[in-house]
Design a protein. Structure first.
Length: 422
């Protein structure tokens, strides 16, 4: 359900003021619910598909391995040649290396020398490792029977032709591409890239390289959010640079982005101050918001909604707030647009190495460094910056972001915590 449908600036401001403060998980679920997965696809050669998102589930077209093959260097043995009690001396009828075709002359042989990866001829029951046989000229001496199927990889034991091997919406890792190559695929169908627009709002902002005038600061969010997006091969970043805190300028930038992007991420200008025009500009562009305020620190005034078909994520300007809201709330929704099956942040178990008082009912995200391990191997987290959430330095030194849950007011040393490695 949409919280607010905003058509002009006054309504926008009212909605902002009246909007409920919702928990982080509810906000991220709402963001995911409003995000519409892209359905267009493209075909790519396997070598270009790393990090892209598989468009449709795949079935195996062939068995893997395709034929019975040896898992060891040794001797393939036909069990019926082993009469009575051993040791047995058997003639070695030939030699099969990986890539060799099976010879007709081995049809009745008792033993052949075989190498890892070579096809096992019909009727051979097991492979004895070369270390367990004695070779004497053209014969071998065996002291025990191979077990049935010993060191034989059966056709189809890894993958059986016709079975499902991959679900749609998975990220194509090198390992998954290896499986597709093993199946003989040349190309694969992936979801087209998500076009994500990026806007840094703030009249005070300058990009590094430009001289700073009075009251001006450098734009940190552009490179931070931009490079996090660019690190995802399924995203195409369209960077609109800095937009000043003026309604007309924001309207124009939002309009431009809406005609081209699937998602727009902006930073700054989302609070309720007189210089915060993001919500009003979104209203002017016919946008609607589903998330207005989140019970989190940093990042309370994060805005999520739609401008036309484009997902909009208006993040606060404070770089740590932008980082945290991007990862916790915007990214799951962007992953949904991209067609990914798994969209939530990945939390690692850890334990607090600090004491800290926080507000009950609010989720706090703090930069942490791992300082050793506890007795069961969990990382012990040290908090950086003592709660000064605006510190670029603390976040730069952090190994990750710890989640301090809403239902506790006091974090004590030894308390289990979750953290997201950065
Ligand atoms: P805002 O969310 O616009 O109220 O901004 C909050 C604080 O973050 C202000 O001190 C801004 O100057 C600062 N800020 C906003 N955008 C950026 C940015 N792109 N890079 C660095 N600091 C920023
Ligand atoms: Mg601002």
């Amino acid at each position: 359900m949409r919280l607010a449908s905003i058509n002009h600036a006054t309504e926008a401001c009212e909605a902002d003021i009246k909007g409920d403060v919702i928990p982080v998980d509810v906000a991220s679920a709402k963001a995911v619910a409003v995000a519409k997965p892209i359905t267009q696809t493209e075909r790519l050669p396997l070598a270009e598909a790393r990090g892209r998102i598989l468009a449709a589930g795949l079935r195996a077209s062939v068995d893997l391995p395709p034929f019975n093959s040896s898992a060891m260097d040794g001797y393939a043995i036909r069990m019926e040649a082993l009469e009575g009690n051993g040791p047995w001396t058997l003639p070695v009828a030939g030699r099969a290396a990986a890539g060799d075709a099976v010879r007709n002359s081995w049809a009745d042989a008792a033993a052949i020398q075989i190498f890892t990866g070579a096809a096992i001829p019909q009727g051979f029951d097991g492979v004895l490792m070369q270390e367990h046989c004695e070779r004497a000229g053209e014969r071998i001496v065996l002291r025990r029977r191979p077990r049935d199927g010993e060191h034989i990889r059966r056709a189809g034991e890894d993958v059986t032709a016709g079975t499902a091997i991959m679900e749609s919406g998975v990220l194509l890792t090198p390992q998954r591409l290896a499986l597709l190559a093993g199946q003989g695929f040349v190309e694969t169908e992936v979801i087209r890239k998500v076009r994500v627009g990026l806007i840094s709002t703030g009249t005070e902002l300058r990009d590094p390289g430009a001289p700073l005038g009075p009251g001006q600061i450098y734009n940190s969010n552009r490179v931070m959010i931009g490079t996090m997006l660019a690190a995802m091969p399924w995203v195409e970043v369209i960077d609109y640079g800095i937009v000043p805190d003026r309604l007309d300028a924001l309207c124009e930038a939002f309009g431009q982005a809406a005609s081209r992007c699937d998602v727009l991420v902006s930073t700054g200008g989302v609070s309720a101050g007189e210089e915060d025009h993001v919500v009003a500009a979104l209203g002017r562009q016919g946008g609607a918001l589903d998330v207005l305020k989140v019970a989190m620190r940093p990042g309370k005034p994060v805005k999520i909604g739609l401008i036309g078909a484009m997902l909009f994520a208006g993040l606060p300007g404070n770089p740590n707030a932008a980082l945290v809201t991007f990862r916790q709330i915007a990214l799951p929704a962007i992953r949904t647009v991209g067609g990914l099956r798994s969209v939530s942040p990945e939390w690692s178990p850890a334990v607090a190495g600090f004491d800290y008082d926080k507000r009950l009912g609010r989720t706090e995200f703090v930069p942490v460094r791992t300082a050793g391990r506890d007795e069961i191997g969990r990382p012990v987290l040290e908090m950086l910056g003592r709660g000064s959430s605006g510190s670029l330095m603390a976040m730069a030194m952090a190994d990750g972001i710890a989640l301090l849950p809403p239902d506790v007011a006091t974090i004590e040393r030894g308390m289990p915590l979750c953290f997201e490695p950065l």
